[in-house]
Design a binder for this molecule. Sequence first.
Ligand code: GDP
Length: 440
Amino acid sequence: MNDTIVAISTAFQEGAISIIRLSGDDAIEIANRLFSRNLLDVPSHTIHYGMIQDNDQPVDEVLISVFRAPKTYTKEDVVEINCHGGIYITRKVLSLCVGAGARVARPGEFTERAFLNGRIDLTQAEAVLDLIQAENTQGASKALSSMKGSVTRLIHPLCEDLLQIIAHIEVNIDYPEYEDVEQLSQEVVLPQAKEWYRRIEKIIKQAENSYQIKKGINTVILGKPNVGKSSLLNALLEEDKAIVTDIAGTTRDLVEGVVHCKNVTLNLIDTAGIHDTVDIVEQIGIERSLKALDKAELILVVLDASKELDDEDKKLLALTENTNRILVYNKNDLNKPEEGISISALNQEIDILIDEINKRYESQIHDSNEVTLNNERQIGLAIAARQSMKQAIDALENKVELDLVTIDLQDAYTSLKEILGEVSRDDLLDALFSNFCLGK
Ligand code: GDP
């Protein structure tokens, strides 16, 4: 029932070695047909030196690793052919495998088989992809821990506890005559449901916090012309991406840049100075910066510490009143204000601002080091579970019969199980595994 798949598992370019991987019932048989030596009876987890042959014609000198099911990546028989890493040779070996009966694998199909054969759950399969795509130590170690099942261990106990409640209610309904089993009431189930809700709430919050730190904080630098926005951006970027001049209103376009401020990544958007102007080009920039404000998660409102606040400053203060903003007094080399966050963008003295930003995201940074759900699919399902539980709690508070309440409890349970891929739909799997590179 498991046809044998084959793929080039290393990057398809010239290199010292390429690995062609086979998985499936006939993997060893197929490799054996191409190999100069007999592989049929070799023990599992052994490596063999010999030649790949095309009808007795030598093709390449290779090492073949044989892994017998079930202790393999896919839980199927797996063979890896280490050949020389030329593009021609690699492709030739692949096509010989196909000629001998293997089918070319779809992207991610090896990992998909590992999942379908029950070696890993869906969060672990996703972690394989995260690990391949990781760009730094933090990302890689998080992916590795998920691959080893940390997300599973986070979600599994919640599923178990929920299942206990559901099962108990169902026993009550199906076997009302059982005297040994406590007859549950809304009053008994309600605190359990609330406790469960609190736990999933915490997991979601941590995941969202962690996700925000991972993707970076969308940050807008706002201020009237000449207060030093571009200078601040440059100080942050430590490079000249925006043009700094002392002619009012020169920053006409949005300038984007990503900066790492200690533990926080800012996705920076510099804006045209927002102020009343007749300059039409500048006006366009202003409209765009107002749009950028909508997307901002953090606003750095830059004020000139060397001057009194004027009406334009006050307008900006009013505009950003209820946002997550930091008032930044720039040019403190000219006049040092008594309090607040004061910097000198010109002299690159901005540490106090960076500290303030890190302080503001302290709890998110903390959460990002914890085990959390790793992507939007997982978080979305957790939110669906929380929603179902909320409905269950409302129903319990309104004394709705328990046999109706279990419908919501079941929904919550199903959403959680889906995080682990235990009730996953085919279309979801297709979408997920097609993100993989070939041969993984
Ligand atoms: P923007 O229009 O808000 O982007 O302001 P710029 O960054 O272009 O700066 C306007 C002028 O203020 C330039 O001449 C800068 O050199 C100057 N400037 C910026 N930051 C500072 C600062 O911290 N101290 C002093 N003394 N001048 C500054």
